[in-house]
Design a protein around this ligand. Structure first.
Ligand SMILES: *Cc1c(COP(=O)(O)O)cnc(C)c1O
Length: 419
């Protein structure tokens, strides 16, 4: 691969069909086979010894020595090639893939936090992430504190002071844009806070859940993040047929993440790895079409008499939010939320009236999906918190797919009539 790289700097979408795979190692098969195997045969005992020495960090690998295949909990070609391909989008040094977005996220939190540490996190987060942070981490003596979109650096610093554990800040965890209202968190500002609290012997890690806009439209590593996480179930998988996750960052940090993954055993299986490689070949065309459709759906909704308010990154009115958008996002994405005039009854009539878009949670897939955050994805959130974050009974969230735009607009229009 390094040879083709040197000849010409190929774009990621041009490399998704071939990067990291040598057909000659698989009988000339143009596609990477599914290596549905638990273990790998060593040619000779000396090889097995050498592979384990490197895997267990007993010695540094020689210059031209790559990690040999041992056992599919440690490594497997479908995972390694997938990881190599995923690094291209975020220009990351290394990647680790997981059996779900939640396993990627929980493994990162467990690796970089220890008892007594303080975690600062943005609100709102994906429900599963909130649950893990608020209910699991404190059991292990980890202090956690949240902040909200729109809070200034001074306000966040004050939140840190009020915890009494500011000197123990170990990680800042951010999800942006926030689900379901597309509120933006300033990654560069969080990087500044992390940098100010980092000392010689204590690095504050900035981790960003990039599921909502990545890996195409937002590149947190470039904005100062140390770790980027994905639910690969969403855009990366893109067909509503796999659950998977990914973590990217420097080789040093990803080695730590992979070591914990080895012992938790929450790596991706070969079949899922293979499905994700297949998905990556069309990632860019899918996402671009979804974003184009979303812009037209948002345009249609914004002038509709039954729509009260629209939450779409291409129509931000708050100047602070617009400034963050311009600094850190490369597209408005394919997620559009809106308040329908009325309340839950009107929202439900709209959802029940859809004929083409499906009524389901999840996002980033080829088919358009619609759901009701207040009673579905965010049902577990406290009522006061929902109110502060504007997750009202009239809010509907759309994930726009790749269908023909005329059909989507027709569907949304007729469902709005029924509302
Ligand atoms: C879906 C999602 C997750 C969880 O991922 P799973 O693959 O379902 O485990 C985490 N973060 C965000 C933003 C998500 O949308």
């Amino acid at each position: 691969m390094s040879i083709t790289k040197n000849l010409h700097d190929f774009k990621p979408e041009s490399l998704m069909m071939s990067h990291g795979y040598k057909p000659s190692l698989s009988e000339g098969s143009i596609k990477c086979p599914i290596f549905q195997t638990s273990t790998f045969v060593f040619d000779k005992a000396e090889d097995g010894k050498a592979f384990f020495e490197v895997a267990y960090g007993l010695r540094e690998p020689a210059e031209d020595e790559s990690q040999g295949l041992i056992y599919s909990r440690l490594n497997n070609p479908d995972l390694e090639i997938l990881e190599d391909r995923l690094t291209l989008w975020d220009q990351a040094e290394a990647c680790a893939v997981f059996e779900s977005g939640m396993s990627a996220i929980s493994t990162v939190l467990m690796e970089f936090l220890q008892p007594g540490d303080l975690l600062l996190y943005s609100n709102p987060l994906y429900g599963g992430s909130t649950h893990f942070i608020q209910n699991f981490l404190p059991k292990y003596g980890i202090h956690v504190v949240g902040f909200r979109p729109g809070q200034t650096r001074e306000e966040i610093e004050q939140i840190l002071d009020e915890t009494g554990h500011r000197d123990k800040l170990a990680m800042i965890y951010v999800e942006t844009p926030a689900n379901p209202t597309n509120d933006l968190i300033d990654i560069a500002c969080c990087h500044g806070i992390a940098a100010d609290h980092t000392s010689e012997d204590r690095k504050v890690v900035l981790a960003v859940d990039n599921t909502y806009l990545g890996p195409l439209w937002q590149h947190p590593l470039k904005l100062g993040a140390d770790i980027v996480m994905y639910s690969a179930t969403k855009y990366i998988g893109g067909h509503s047929d796999v659950i998977a996750g990914a973590v990217l960052g420097s080789a040093e940090l990803i080695t730590r993440v992979k070591t914990l993954r080895t012992f938790l055993g929450n790596m991706t299986g070969p079949m899922t790895g293979w499905l994700l490689m297949r998905s990556l070949e069309t990632l860019k065309v899918r996402m671009e079409r979804q974003a184009k459709n979303a812009a037209q759906v948002a345009q249609f909704l914004s002038t509709h008499p039954k729509v009260e308010k629209i939450y779409y990154l291409g129509m931000l009115t708050n100047p602070h939010q617009r400034a963050i958008f311009e600094r850190q996002c490369e597209s408005a994405g394919a997620m559009v939320s809106f308040d329908i005039k009325g309340g839950e009854a009107e929202a439900f009539r709209f959802l029940n009236g859809l004929k083409l878009a499906k009524l389901a949670v999840s996002l980033g897939s080829t088919e358009s999906l619609a759901q009701h955050p207040a009673t579905m994805t965010h049902a577990g959130m406290a009522p006061e918190e929902k109110e502060i974050l504007r997750i009202s009974p009239s809010l509907v969230r759309l994930s726009v797919g790749v269908e023909h735009i005329d059909d989507l607009i027709w569907d949304i229009s007729q469902a709005l009539e029924q509302a």
